[in-house]
Design a protein around this ligand. Structure first.
Ligand SMILES: Cc1cc2nc3c(=O)[nH]c(=O)nc-3n(C[C@H](O)[C@H](O)[C@H](O)COP(=O)(O)OP(=O)(O)OC[C@H]3O[C@@H](n4cnc5c(N)ncnc54)[C@H](O)[C@@H]3O)c2cc1C
Length: 415
């Protein structure tokens, strides 16, 4: 048998053989629940629906391959030091799940809490980040203020000289923050959900949402045929507006390209994650040795999975100013994803005006870190038909009732 050695090796380390756990099924004609989008959030939702709510008759549909959207394209920064109580609660819920995710899924997600350093380059940054430190401590979340010298000691390649183009006046450090392996997260959730009976159907684009006489959803049209269902969870970052329009729901979302790039691989040099919100540059080092660099969003809405070259050029210029020794590195590759953003830069999670239709979107540039927590609370919301308490503040109706969670104004960044 083709996989016998591999299967034996997996059994020897305590895992079941891969072929027994992984299926690539044809979609059936009906399911209890359909999740649209096999990114991390959609797969995590299916996993927690099956694991915690006993709902296993689920299809997760994706127009491409699983994890091929933003989940497989992001720079994997994980942190929970957000300002608003509602945001801190959901990101901290997620961070706690990250801490045990590899053992939960029996799959190495390579979560690495190596510390996230957020640089302050001007007086405004200093005040904003100090306010974050105080707020986070009041919320029971770790965050601390470092002097420039302490920041340099934590991250030796950082240049803090007085002549720096982007002077470092201090930094906020969340030590429990870090990175994970993006595709491992998608595969870990996919394998565990599949093992519980969830069908993950790739190359299956949803092209319509069917509704009955009472307005409730009755199924989806797809490129692989119609599928009947009574519950649909839309988790299709970047394309949410398009899908929700199929059910007649208009969303307060805009879609933008966001891009990232990696350098050639080098030996370990970057011990932590550094974020420079003012100049829009984010950097860490992958286990393969590549420096992973995140850039800003394009200024114009688009569904192109490639950002403007001038955005990447600015980011590289900023990285070279802050880390002069990195000037000698060559760029290996760059790519883009499409993120959807809300007016308050906070996500939307919950039921919609259409019975049976639920939505999870608007994570903008910062939803990877939320993957476990988002899936966990969205699954509870779908299973119970009402928002999980942590998800409740993020309902769609906050834009009607005037209760935004303005994380954008608070942080000026959302990675
Ligand atoms: C360059 C970049 C850097 C980022 N950096 C960070 C970071 O450092 N930290 C962080 O926390 N977040 C970051 N993000 C954001 C993060 O990647 C996203 O918020 C998160 O991955 C969203 O996950 P998801 O599962 O909702 O979406 P996705 O992984 O995009 O999954 C959505 C899926 O829906 C599918 N789909 C769309 N339309 C249809 C349809 N009609 N029918 C069927 N399927 C459909 C897509 O094919 C896709 O696979 C970054 C994003 C990008 C692009």
């Amino acid at each position: 048998m083709k996989f016998s050695l591999f299967a034996l090796a997996r059994q020897a380390i305590g895992g079941a053989p891969w072929p027994a756990q992984w299926r690539d099924p044809e979609p059936r004609a009906s399911y209890d629940t359909v999740i649209v989008g096999a990114g991390g959030h959609g797969l995590a939702t299916a996993y927690y629906l099956a694991k915690e709510h006993g709902i296993r008759d689920i299809a997760v549909l994706d127009k491409g391959w699983l994890g091929g959207g933003n989940t497989g394209r992001n720079t994997t920064i994980i942190r929970s030091n957000y300002l608003r109580d509602e945001s801190a609660a959901i990101y901290e819920h997620s961070l706690k799940l990250w801490e045990t995710l590899s053992s939960t899924l029996n799959y190495n997600t390579m979560y690495s809490p190596r510390g996230v350093l957020m640089l302050a380059h001007n007086e405004h940054d200093v005040r904003v980040f100090r306010r974050h430190v105080h707020a986070n401590r009041a919320q029971g979340i770790d965050n601390e203020w470092l002097t420039p010298e302490q920041a340099k000691a934590f991250c030796p390649p950082l240049y803090i000289g007085a002549d720096a183009r982007y002077p470092v006046l201090g930094a906020a450090l969340q030590r429990r923050g870090g990175v994970a392996r993006h595709d491992a997260v998608a595969w870990g959730y996919a394998r565990a959900a599949s093992a519980m009976g969830v069908d993950i159907v790739q190359n299956c684009a949803v092209t319509g949402i069917a509704r009955g006489p009472d307005g409730a959803v009755t199924g989806v049209e797809t490129t692989r045929g119609a599928i009947a269902t009574k519950r649909i969870g839309v988790v299709a970052a970047g394309h949410t507006s398009v899908l929700m329009a199929m059910a007649g729901v208009r969303m307060p979302l805009e879609s933008f390209p966001l891009q990232a790039l990696v350098s050639e691989p080098v030996k370990p040099i970057m011990p932590c994650v550094v974020m420079s919100n003012s100049v829009h540059a984010y950097i860490s080092q992958s286990d393969k040795g590549e420096l992973v660099i995140g850039a800003g969003t394009d200024a114009y809405t688009s569904y192109s999975q490639a950002g403007g070259l001038h955005i990447a050029a600015h980011t590289l210029e900023a990285i070279c100013e802050m880390f002069p020794s990195f000037r000698r590195l060559r760029m290996l590759r760059n790519w883009g994803g499409i993120v959807d953003t809300t007016p308050d830069r906070s996500p939307i999670i919950g039921p919609t005006p259409v019975p049976g239709l639920f939505v999870n979107c608007g994570w903008g540039t910062g939803g990877f870190k939320a993957t476990p927590g988002s899936g966990h609370v969205f699954a509870a919301t779908i299973a119970r038909g009402e928002p999980h308490p942590i998800a409740a503040p993020f309902g769609l109706d906050r834009f009607r009732t005037g209760r935004p969670i303005d994380e954008a104004a608070a942080a000026a960044v959302s990675h």
